[in-house]
Design a protein around this ligand. Sequence first.
Ligand code: NAP
Ligand code: GDD
Length: 344
Amino acid sequence: MKTALVTGVTGQDGSYLAELLLNQGYRVIGMVRRTSSINYDRLRHIQDKIEIAQGDLLDQMSLIGILQEYRPQEVYNLAAQSFVPTSFTQPVLTGEYTALGVTRVLEAIRIVDPAIRFYQASSSEMFGKVMEVPQRETTHFYPRSPYGVAKVYGHWITVNYRESYNIFGVSGILFNHESPRRGLEFVTHKITHAVARIKLGLADELRLGNLEARRDWGYAGDYVRAMWLMLQQDAPDDFVIATGETHSVQQFVEEAFGYVDLDWRQYVKQDPKFYRPAEVDLLVGDATKAGRKLGWEPTVDFRALVRLMIDADLKLLQNPNHGYPPIAEEIKTQAGKSQGTGKP
Ligand code: NAP
Ligand code: GDD
């Protein structure tokens, strides 16, 4: 039985990845930082199957201690300050977590067991003001936020430890991926949650920022499969993971309100508060290399993604104790709907 350590296990991706690894027969160690109240909501359905280890990306010794105690063969570094607006208001802290935190994990690996395979959660935010359309592994980076800058550091330090110490380190350059477990401050879940609340008569408006920005949105359950595949290869390499389709925030809004037969113009207000000091206008990825070398491809398209998020929000709002279903159930409920009208 292989052992995997997942940092950021309480986050969106951490919960999906932990689930996938358990299904693959792994012993899963989830690293959590100490908080005054427990935030394991996304893990509720698998909590008794994973082991929790307390550690923090800011604390070098805690990382070394966890590796010494659990001796994982694979480490997935998903922990980060991942919200772009917060990186503008807390740029130094974002650098500590999202940039230097990667070095701390790599140092722990170098010291404890350099044979550990390491996955770094890199981001399409590194492409920022894009130099090429679509973006691929060879596209130059031009980050547009302290978060993007920190991720560029995380990417290059991973490459550097691979080249300097022969560590099996890979950088997965993932484009935006969403799900019912997405944080509510990210635009997709902010939209689907508001749509569900409006539909149920619990809210009457949705305030958003820039509706023109375009993103390549995929489904998180598909993207964690790519992370795992990257660590199963013969040699370490970097991969772009994306759907190859781009949509504007406004298109997401239209699709979401349309699904529940509401006219978005009656509810959406633009609010300068949600604009960013510098914006990433357009992201669209080319995942050809991942298709060829990993055999990876997305299974959930844009429309199905919007719908499965709204379905889940409606269900949770109507029954808050329901919790998140496992991946298979989440996909099953939307499968088939993407073809027909499939209204809720
Ligand atoms: P998320 O939901 O924001 O989760 C972030 C996780 O990091 C949480 O578990 C959080 O713990 C943990 N964390 C933050 N600071 C920490 C620290 N100092 N020590 C230990 N843990 C800490 O993010 P996500 O969407 O799952 O994304 C996972 C990773 O992929 C992140 O690195 C993100 O930047 C990157 N990424 C995400 C996307 C995307 O579209 N989702 C795309 C590309 C890259 P708490 O629960 O205690 O806050
Ligand atoms: N959050 C948010 N809230 N975004 C809004 C809003 C709003 O009210 N209105 C418009 N937007 C626009 C943002 O300006 C941005 O262009 C786009 O919606 C997407 O914003 P987010 O959902 O916050 O995601 P992100 O693209 O900035 O970052 C996410 O994806 C990255 C990968 O490209 C995060 O998950 C990052 O951690 C990840 O690396």
